[in-house]
Design a binder for this molecule. Structure first.
Ligand SMILES: *Cc1c(COP(=O)(O)O)cnc(C)c1O
Length: 404
């Protein structure tokens, strides 16, 4: 597989709405229409290596590929100015309606949503406090988290000046609440919880403490977009640039109206607040709306079937190599809860370690990112464009074959 072949692959792209489609890539999205040759190949111009993602959505690998609908929204709205307050009002209202909550906003990703939620919980709409953050006088505001929920992204909490108070179990949570407590944060994909969702919400509600749930990577299933507000979380966030396939630098924050109003007061287009450096542009707001709408309207069952088919298809090609066995694994989630292909082989017959297969895939052309475990290779299928399924199968097969 050489560079020309990749470029050839890239020319079979969905064309929606004329000017879009050049850079668009369909992952089981709309059927490709007319092939479009890119007029200008910026990857080539800058010498940037295009990567095939046979793994899961990762920020360092540019998240996911935007849906054709999103690119269409970005392009078609780029020709006029808009008042950003009005745009956030209108997009937020529509998203809120779609997700059955009081209010919503587009943030620059879930990490921004965590920061804005914390800021909102600290300042409300008080302009003095908003201006002072993160340097409010007095004791630091406190955010409660379960000890087992601490994670890298909670730096977005402390960036506001707040301090994280770790608790274990509902009793400890209740005892930790005091007049400095501003919020309680639940990391949805944490491996262990000593307080389950409903109890967490109940304790917080009893003391009038707002709750935020971080479910950044937790679709599919699509139902998760509705589940946590029903449990009673005041705010919920999802990344826009993961499986919802919106702009990578967009995200959703939704829930209670007063908190969303306060979060917006801490955000761009206002000039001084803590969230000003986390601006979302006009096109990405439209794009996030279009992504969510397309995601909700998608035939999720069909998409799932398509993923299983891909895994089966790649598996059957790999099993033609002696001793190779494959199995479709579905990650139990809640993050990345979708199928991928587990590949194992007899190390006596195929003399290469899974990690070295990963290295060979990455170093080849096209560069392919797959998952390596100690005793198996994990080939992701959900982020492949239709034309990349055979490319990935072929490359893995040839690397394994060469090691026989
Ligand atoms: C990806 C992720 C984030 C950050 O989301 P962005 O949209 O990239 O800002 C936060 N929390 C969790 C659990 C994530 O998986």
């Amino acid at each position: 597989m050489n560079r020309r072949d990749i470029l050839k692959g890239l020319t079979i792209l969905p064309l929606t709405g004329g000017i879009v489609g050049k850079a668009a890539a369909s992952i089981g999205g709309k059927a490709p229409a007319l092939p479009v040759k890119p007029e200008r190949d910026l990857f080539k111009e800058l010498g940037v290596t295009p990567v095939i993602n046979a793994s899961v959505t990762m920020t360092f690998l540019s998240g996911s590929l935007m849906l054709p609908e999103v690119l269409e929204a970005i392009n078609s709205t780029s020709h006029d100015f808009a008042n950003m307050y009005e745009l956030q009002d209108k997009v937020g209202a529509k998203i809120a309606e779609m997700l059955h909550v009081e209010a919503a906003m587009v943030t620059s990703g879930a990490a921004c949503a965590i920061l804005l939620s914390t800021a909102a919980a600290i300042t409300g709409t008080d302009p003095e406090k908003i201006k002072l953050l993160p340097n409010l006088p007095g004791p630091r505001p406190e955010v409660i988290m379960q000890k087992t929920h601490r994670y890298l992204f909670d730096q977005a909490v402390t960036t506001t000046g707040a301090k994280i108070i770790e608790v274990e179990g509902a009793d400890e949570m209740e005892k930790a609440i005091n007049d400095r407590t501003v919020m309680a944060l639940f990391f949805n994909a944490a491996e262990k919880s000593s307080i389950q969702h409903a109890d967490f919400v109940a304790v917080a509600k009893k003391h009038n403490i707002p709750t935020l749930l971080d479910a950044a990577a937790d679709v599919p299933p699509v139902e998760n977009l509705f589940k946590y507000q029903k449990i009673g979380f005041d705010l919920v966030t999802f990344s826009g640039g993961k499986m919802i396939r919106g702009p990578q630098s967009a995200g959703l924050l939704f829930g209670r109206k007063d908190l969303i109003t306060a979060a917006r007061a801490n955000h761009s287009p206002n000039e001084a607040p803590i969230g000003r450096p986390m601006k979302v542009n006009k096109e990405e707001m439209f794009g996030m709306y279009a992504a969510l709408k397309a995601y909700l309207e998608r035939d999720h069952k069909k998409e799932w079937e398509d993923w299983l088919q891909r895994a089966k298809h790649i598996g059957s090609q790999l099993e033609t190599v002696q001793s190779v066995k494959t199995e479709t694994l579905v990650d139990p989630g809640p993050a990345n809860a979708f199928p991928s292909l587990k590949v194992t082989w007899d190390p006596e017959k195929i003399k290469i370690k899974p990690e070295d297969v990963v290295k060979a895939l990455k170093g080849g052309t096209p560069s392919i990112v797959a998952g390596g475990r100690k005793d198996h290779l994990l080939v992701g299928v959900v982020l492949l464009r239709p034309d990349q399924v055979d490319i990935v199968a072929g490359r893995v097969k040839s690397i394994l074959q060469q090691a026989t």
